[in-house]
Write a protein that binds this ligand. Structure first.
Ligand SMILES: Nc1ncnc2c1ncn2[C@@H]1O[C@H](COP(=O)(O)OP(=O)(O)OP(=O)(O)O)[C@@H](O)[C@H]1O
Ligand SMILES: [Mg+2]
Length: 254
């Protein structure tokens, strides 16, 4: 589905002295792959370039070097091919839940009526219909994330990029969201690329995990997670789980 080959990105940042610029290499020859229907996570230290990688895949920014292929076709620097849920939920406080959901579709030029119909159907399914006329401030953190996710789904692309969608949630809500995400993922047979800081979360959800190094980010390892599905919380105390966790921690901190 997605193939990234030797992707590099440099940012120009202002140096201390006026008028001088410094080049900072953020991504250094990143290569990775996501197969159709796979759930792949990316973990790495804060500031290493994970969100930058998503900005490149979505076409918001352009790399200096490397290629991004989607289903065999080069899309490097092009927008409009993937659904992208940004690191912050970015719900607009002056729009209702329903109208927040349709924001992306509406910007693509679809009529409000059509957008609202589609969004309402998904809201029903995601048990959010009681809130469709509420404003975001009336929602809990988990609900806000579900609304932001629903908006991402409505963009209706085959590849979903999710940047730390549950980063700000408490442990209990987070684990509820995991169950929920797994059910949505298997129902819609989505292909997901997922950024997280949480190693247990990555192991619980993923088929495969890429560990990135500190900046400039390089791929340290790609780890297969061969744990059976459907997965439950009980898995977290199993031997195989801890073995994988050890490998991940070693790769992250070595
Ligand atoms: N538009 C930009 N201009 C200049 N530097 C940038 C820009 N965007 C990001 N950076 C820098 O690139 C580096 C990587 O940022 P990025 O947001 O990709 O990190 P991250 O891995 O997502 O971090 P976190 O885990 O904290 O979200 C940081 O040092 C950041 O300051
Ligand atoms: Mg980030």
């Amino acid at each position: 589905m997605l193939k990234i080959i030797n992707l590099s990105k440099t940012y120009q940042t202002k140096a201390e002295k006026k008028g001088l610029f410094r080049q900072t290499l953020v991504l250094d020859q990143i290569s990775l792959q996501v197969k159709e229907g796979e759930f792949v996570s990316i973990v790495g230290p804060s500031g290493c370039g994970k969100s930058t990688l998503f900005n490149l895949i979505s076409g918001l920014e352009k790399p200096e070097q490397g290629q991004i292929l989607l289903k065999g076709r080069e899309i490097t620097g092009e927008k409009g091919h993937v659904s992208y849920m940004l690191q912050k939920d970015l719900l607009l406080p002056w729009r209702t839940v329903l109208d927040n959901c349709i924001l992306g579709m509406e910007l693509q030029g679809h009529s409000r009526k059509e957008c609202r119909q589609k969004a309402q159907a998904l809201l029903d399914e995601f048990a959010l219909s009681a809130y469709s006329r509420s404003y975001p401030q009336a929602l809990s953190g988990g609900m806000r994330q579900r609304v932001a996710f629903l908006r991402t789904m409505l963009a209706n692309k085959e590849l979903l990029l999710l940047d730390e969608p549950f980063g700000s949630l408490d442990a209990y809500t987070k684990s509820e969201m995991h169950e929920w995400l797994m059910s949505v993922w298997s129902k819609y047979r989505a292909t997901i690329l997922f950024i997280t800081h949480d190693i247990e979360e990555a192991l619980f959800l993923s088929d495969r995990i890429y560990v990135l190094s500190a900046q400039p980010a390089q791929v340290k390892i790609s780890l297969e997670v061969n744990l059976p599905r459907p997965r439950s919380r009980k898995m977290l105390v199993r031997e195989e789980f801890n073995e994988l966790k050890k490998q991940l921690l070693q790769a992250l901190f070595e």
